[in-house]
Design a protein around this ligand. Structure first.
Ligand code: NAD
Length: 490
């Protein structure tokens, strides 16, 4: 492969291979195995937060005009909580897991060891460029791996800040940031990794998975999709509306994998819902949201034009009930509400692909239950939301709707819960992380059975006889009375 330049100089296959070799050597030396090393690296990450909050805020503002409050809440505080949680739990996570014994292996001791995998690759996306880079790295380090982080080139300020800070605070013999775009990522993907965690869109997900096939490298794909919010009329309207707006427009102005992609509500309730959304949007972002400092811009021109194409679709003529303004020169786009019925939603472009922007289609259905039924014919989303006070509806939602995760009466909050796995299902990806699941996804669960020489039954050894077979079957059944009967020959 031709050598390619990133902002640190030439980086091609040869350079990628040198990085992996260096990290492999460190890993094989055993340095990353100890509790002390893992803790020291988690502390290194914490120092990045403690000493560089203004730099992180500045980088994210430059990449996305992300409001500082959102950076502090969704990028810095979330990472801080995850580091604190990992530091608190690490010793417990590293302990061998005790496992029950069975009569078949008695007497023996049985346990599961969490073994680091080796050298792992984390490829992250631009929309939460700090959080999506560090959250997997916390898991990889906690599990005792060496790790290469490849942040997104679409958020270049955060990418170069991470590279600079990792050099300063992390053990670079085992943890490295490689910056760059497709050529650099491709060079990295040619290497043999022990695991790859990728966050991004499904097309690149396929490229990552194909690269994994060559070396039989396991991959975790954290992809996107269209996350629905079902909104029943039996709700606390004010609170529900605020949370829907927060889950659609305050997280990067809709550029989030778990944001509400579209709403499903009943025909009767839709007008009331739209009125409430409009008046609360005005409270949040003022009469002219295009001027609001609290709305992120669209990340770049490509994405701006992609979203504009969805908005300019002929099928939406007369259906835009709020917003619709945009300014290409500033990459700004206003919160926009589109009212569709069941037939429109089959045809409109905005319902055919993930929006990843500030457009909110509202689909009118006869009943929320019918809305659940519709999900059977759609790809499984990363998250699904329901707003209701009706317990029967809540049960039906949990039973009938398949998604990476479900959340009732709020948006996105489940992602920050350290005891819940985060990941997709079907087209929204596979594999899960966060909290202990991050530690586990970067570990091999090694089963260890240690027997004594006592209790050796001859039933398993030739010459085979009907009596031995009876005994063997009894042992394999694991039932004590069956074994006693076999021993007694009755
Ligand atoms: P992106 O453009 O930043 O790409 C992600 C990564 O893939 C980057 O590091 C990039 O360098 C690399 N990449 C891009 N093209 C490549 C190629 N051809 N070969 C190799 N590597 C390549 O991010 P994106 O894909 O625009 O992110 C948006 C998508 O990610 C959405 O679908 C969103 O839903 C999803 N997403 C998912 C999660 C999650 O946690 N599940 C989080 C954020 C975003």
């Amino acid at each position: 492969m031709e050598l390619m330049k990133n902002n640190k100089g030439v980086f091609g296959s040869e350079e990628a291979s040198l990085v992996v070799d260096k990290l492999k050597e460190t890993f094989l030396s055993g340095k990353t195995m100890s509790y002390e090393w893992r803790l020291s690296q988690l502390k290194g990450l914490m120092k990045i937060l403690d000493h560089h909050e203004p730099d992180i805020i500045k980088a994210l503002y430059s990449d996305l005009s992300k409001p500082p409050t959102e950076t502090i809440a969704y990028e810095i505080s979330t990472v801080r909580s995850s580091i604190e949680f990992a530091m608190k739990e690490l010793k417990r996570w590293m302990e061998p897991e005790k496992v029950k014994n069975t009569i078949l292996s008695f007497p023996s001791s049985v346990k599961i060891i969490h073994e680091p995998l080796g050298v792992v690759l984390v490829i992250s996306a631009w929309n939460f460029p700090f959080y999506l880079s560090l959250e997997p790295v916390i898991g990889a380090i906690s599990a005792g791996n060496a790790v290469v982080l490849k942040p997104s080139e679409i958020s270049p300020s955060t990418s170069s800040l991470l590279a600079e800070l990792f050099l300063k605070y992390m053990d670079t013999s085992a943890i490295e940031v490689v910056e760059g775009g497709i050529p650099q990522t491709s060079a990295l993907l040619e290497q043999k990794w022990d695991k790859i965690l990728f966050t991004g869109n499904e097309n690149v997900g396929r490229i990552v998975m194909t690269a994994g096939v060559k070396h039989l490298t396991p991959v975790i794909l954290e992809l996107g999709g269209k996350c629905p919010a079902f909104v029943d009329s039996n709700i606390n309207l004010k609170v529900a509306i605020r949370r829907i707006i927060a889950g659609k427009w305050t997280m990067n102005n809709g550029q989030a994998c778990i944001c509400v992609d579209y709403v499903i509500t009943t025909k009767d309730f839709a007008p009331k819902l739209i009125d409430a959304l409009k008046s609360e949007l005005e409270i949040f972002f003022g009469k002219n949201p295009m001027e609001s400092e609290d709305l992120s811009r669209i990340v770049n021109l490509n994405h701006f034009r992609r979203i504009k194409r969805l908005l300019d679709d002929d099928k939406l003529s007369g259906k835009i009930v709020h917003g619709g303004q945009s300014d290409e020169s500033k990459l700004k786009m206003a919160p926009t509400i589109i009212l569709l019925d069941v037939t429109d939603q089959k045809e409109a472009l905005v319902m055919k692909e993930e929006i990843f922007g500030p457009l909110l289609p509202i689909i009118q259905v006869e009943s929320i239950e019918k809305g659940f039924e519709m999900m059977k014919f759609k790809e499984k989303p990363l998250a699904a939301y329901l707003f209701t006070n009706d317990n029967k509806l809540k049960d039906e939602f949990v039973e009938k709707v398949s998604a990476g995760g479900l959340l009732i009466n709020d948006v996105a909050l489940h992602v920050a819960h350290p005891y819940l796995p985060f990941g997709g299902v079907g087209k929204s990806g596979f594999g899960a992380y966060h909290g202990k699941f991050s530690f586990e996804c970067f570990s091999h669960k090694k089963g260890v059975l240690s027997r004594s020489f006592a209790g050796d039954t001859t039933a398993r050894y030739p010459p085979y006889t009907p009596g031995k077979l009876r005994m063997l079957k009894a042992l394999l059944s694991g039932r004590i009375f069956t074994i006693i009967r076999a021993l007694l020959g009755i």
